[in-house]
Design a protein around this ligand. Structure first.
Ligand SMILES: O=C(O)c1cc(=O)[nH]c(=O)n1[C@@H]1O[C@H](COP(=O)(O)O)[C@@H](O)[C@H]1O
Length: 232
């Protein structure tokens, strides 16, 4: 089932059963789901099959980062399992991203391929520690332009950077933004955060929300509260 909703709920769970328990409380006409490293490492492709069987479109968030041939193969494997979106790290560079896109095109696979820029948990000091003297905003811009030029359909970035990226890379370039914190939620370990409404106004095309929904007593009520915030 395809949905017009910009919301992608992060299923960050340690078991297939726990993830499906949450999926069964959500509605595939009102959100997509994201499967990340912890869940996929534990459950393998079974989780994708189970979520597809329930009608959800899935973003497989494994943030591939390796030599070009290896990443191209991994992206092909993800796409052949029918995922709606898959990601790589833009820091893997132009040749890695081009190889991944070329592999999808060669096999007629239409999965959205996006690149992670600077993680939303990182601030300037974190970048400095790994030898990047640019500010998070400058580094995101640099990696987003590289991602666009390397054939990516979009990037993962903070909503704080979305408006600048719309100017630089165009409105059609996907801006998938984690670090979304509705008015009722705590920031937790996220650093570069925004509310759903501000994120949409800034040009975010898709919003990744995890704990504010999955740890809510009533996840559908939390989802509805976010939809209500977005409606203003
Ligand atoms: O690629 C991602 O999805 C991602 C990139 C990023 O920069 N920051 C980030 O938080 N994420 C993911 O987005 C989700 C955010 O979850 P919450 O912080 O619980 O809303 C997690 O699954 C993260 O792995």
């Amino acid at each position: 089932m395809s949905t017009a909703s910009p919301l992608i709920i992060a299923l960050d769970y340690a078991s297939l059963d726990a993830a499906l328990c949450m999926a069964d409380r959500l509605d595939p006409s009102r959100c997509r789901l994201k499967v990340g490293k912890e869940l996929f490492t534990r459950s393998g492709p079974d989780i994708l099959e189970a979520l597809h069987g329930r009608g959800f479109e899935v973003f497989l968030d494994l943030k591939f980062h390796d030599i070009p041939n290896t990443v191209a193969g991994a992206v092909q494997a993800a796409a052949e399992q029918g995922v709606w979106m898959v990601n790589v790290h833009a820091g893997g560079g132009r040749r890695m991203m081009e190889a991944a896109r070329e592999r999808l095109d060669r096999h007629g696979l239409t999965t959205h391929l996006i690149a992670v820029t600077v993680l939303t948990s990182m601030e300037a000091e974190d970048l400095a520690e790994v030898g990047v003297s640019a500010s998070p905003a400058e580094q995101v811009e640099r990696l987003a332009v590289l991602a666009r030029d390397s054939g990516m359909h979009g990037v993962v970035c903070s909503a704080l950077e979305a408006s600048r990226l719309t100017t630089l890379c165009g409105a059609d370039f996907l801006k998938v933004t984690p670090g979304i914190r509705p008015s009722f939620a705590a920031a937790g370990d996220q650093r570069r955060v925004m509310t759903p409404l501000d994120a949409r106004r800034a040009g975010s095309t898709h919003q990744v929300v995890g704990r504010p929904v999955t740890q809510a007593e009533d996840p559908m009520a939390a989802l509805a509260a976010i939809e209500a915030e977005l409606a203003f």
